[in-house]
Design a protein around this ligand. Structure first.
Ligand code: HEM
Ligand SMILES: *[C@@H]1O[C@H](CO)[C@@H](O)[C@H](O)[C@H]1NC(C)=O
Ligand SMILES: *[C@@H]1O[C@H](CO)[C@@H](O)[C@H](O)[C@H]1NC(C)=O
Ligand SMILES: *[C@@H]1O[C@H](CO)[C@@H](O)[C@H](O)[C@H]1NC(C)=O
Ligand SMILES: *[C@@H]1O[C@H](CO)[C@@H](O)[C@H](O)[C@H]1NC(C)=O
Ligand SMILES: *[C@@H]1O[C@H](CO)[C@@H](O)[C@H](O)[C@H]1NC(C)=O
Ligand SMILES: *[C@@H]1O[C@H](CO)[C@@H](O)[C@H](O)[C@H]1NC(C)=O
Ligand SMILES: *[C@@H]1O[C@H](CO)[C@@H](O)[C@H](O)[C@H]1NC(C)=O
Length: 376
């Protein structure tokens, strides 16, 4: 048995796209894995009507147009869920080939070769987790979602015991949702996961502003996938995983020191909020002064915008995070833009900022975003 090098990644709690096999085995449901803070739209679910709605979505099983017995993209609501993804070198090992992907293809080359284009500081050896640097040596990743850390660790132990010495653990990261009213927020304090593309066949009741895209934009071989895929790849997806450290006290200090002030009109808090909002493209509920909380908490309002009326750069700068990563009406939303849509499933990792870190404006404990994306 050839040895596989696997990046093990324990998440708790998060939403994981399961394999069809796991989904069939784990149809039972219990609350906890899904979080539903104010502002989140109900997630589509392929499940039959549930005894006790976890979230305010209507059962959508009857309305499905995709063949779910043949689909790997199944939102699983269960105490735990496992997803496995392989790198190009991992797939070549599994398939016993050396030419799976044309050389120069970004999937074959891996993220390291694209680090410069991604804006990662150079050399990556100084800034990347060592296990990520040698792309060819990294064969795959397990994403484990669970209601709590001890269950995530149990699932991890189970996987390791099943696979025995056929895998080598390169690296493992434990993520965790933020507590209390920070639920659903990333460490800078912004609610995350509001905007997702709707998927034709899954998303039967899109919220206002949610563009529904063909399933083949996310699921290989489905309608809308412009590439002919090998049979085994049908209904799989590409997964990007990045661990991104966030320097929260430093970010806050930067906002304070560079607050956008209108003398004698804005308070320091407002100026700080405004700069953060212009960098992110969304307001921060930690600084509610310039935010409309009614709008923020309503999934039918909080994503219902485009840049058609604001393309002068004054309300949402071109350089803001959300406008750069999804330019909406800046590009033709029905074509180019949508071909590059991604399904985000990130979870924060690391502890809450401590009082000492806040007082010193300096990060002591590693924290950030365990960033997982599906795309095509
Ligand atoms: C630590 C790093 C990051 C943080 C803190 C972060 C945070 C956020 C936040 C707060 C939002 C707005 C909430 C929402 O619309 O769901 C957002 C939206 C988004 N982010 Fe990120 N993000 C990070 C990295 C990334 C990366 C690396 C990508 C892409 C490669 C990305 C792609 C997106 C996209 C596509 C949206 C939705 C834009 C829209 O529809 O308006 N993010 N992010
Ligand atoms: C759905 O997919 C399964 C597995 O590939 C197949 O056996 C079945 O015939 C498909 N059903 C429909 C309605 O296409
Ligand atoms: C890889 O090589 C095999 C055998 O020569 C060939 O059949 C296959 O088409 C090649 N695949 C690619 C992607 O070039
Ligand atoms: C973790 O979640 C599982 C599944 O719901 C539950 O059985 C277990 O008691 C929980 N453990 C802890 C420590 O909360
Ligand atoms: C893996 O380990 C388990 C228990 O430790 C054992 O039952 C099983 O046979 C092993 N599998 C392989 C393929 O060695
Ligand atoms: C907040 O948004 C809601 C919904 O769009 C709107 O009715 C209300 O007037 C807004 N409040 C302020 C202060 O702008
Ligand atoms: C942008 O939003 C406005 C206002 O909601 C709407 O009338 C317009 O059709 C949208 N434009 C595009 C390209 O979606
Ligand atoms: C932290 O940053 C704030 C805002 O710039 C500043 O007022 C304060 O003196 C800084 N504290 C330390 C310990 O550097």
């Amino acid at each position: 048995m050839r040895s596989f090098s696997i990046l093990l990644h324990a998440l708790c709690p998060t939403i994981i796209i399961s394999s069809a096999h796991a989904a069939q085995q784990k149809r039972q449901e219990s609350p906890g894995l899904l979080i539903n803070p104010p502002g989140f739209f109900p997630l589509p679910t392929p499940h039959a009507p549930r005894p006790e709605p976890l979230i305010s979505s209507q059962p959508q099983s009857e309305q499905f147009t995709l063949n779910l017995s043949n689909i790997q993209g199944d939102i699983l609501i269960s105490p735990s869920a496992v997803n496995i993804a392989f790198s190009n070198s991992g797939l070549e090992l599994l398939l016993g080939v050396t030419n799976l992907t044309a050389s120069g293809d970004p999937f074959a080359a891996g993220q390291a070769s694209d680090a410069f284009n991604l804006g990662d500081p150079s050399p990556i050896q100084n800034n990347w987790i060592p296990g990520f640097v040698d792309t060819a040596a990294l064969h795959g990743v397990f994403l484990i979602g669970a209601q709590n850390t001890s269950l995530a660790n149990d699932v991890l132990d189970q996987i390791i015991s099943y696979l025995n010495d056929s895998i080598v653990e390169i690296y493992s990261l434990q993520a965790s949702a933020r507590p209390g009213d920070k639920e659903g927020h990333e460490h800078f304090g912004y609610l995350d996961g509001i905007s997702q593309p709707g998927i034709s066949g899954f998303t039967t009741n899109p919220v206002n502003g949610q563009v529904v895209i063909p399933p083949g934009i996310i699921l290989l071989g489905e309608e809308g996938d412009p590439v002919v895929r090998p049979e085994w790849a049908q209904d799989g997806s590409f997964l990007v995983f990045r661990q991104m450290q966030q320097l929260v006290p430093e970010f806050d200090t930067f906002l304070t020191n560079n607050a956008l002030m209108i003398p004698e009109i804005t308070t320091l808090e407002e100026g700080r909020d405004l700069l953060g909002a212009r960098m992110m493209g969304r307001a921060n509920r930690a600084f509610p002064l310039s935010d409309n909380l009614t709008l923020a908490a309503d999934p039918n309002l909080n994503n219902d915008f485009n840049y058609t009326l604001t393309d002068d750069n004054s309300l949402c700068p071109f350089a803001s995070h959300i406008r750069k990563s999804y330019p909406r009406s800046d590009l033709d939303e029905t074509t180019v833009d949508n071909l590059h849509r991604i399904m985000r499933a990130s979870t924060p990792y690391g502890p809450e900022v401590t009082a000492e870190e806040t007082a010193s404006n300096t990060t002591t404990f590693d924290r950030g975003l365990a960033f997982g994306d599906l795309w095509l």
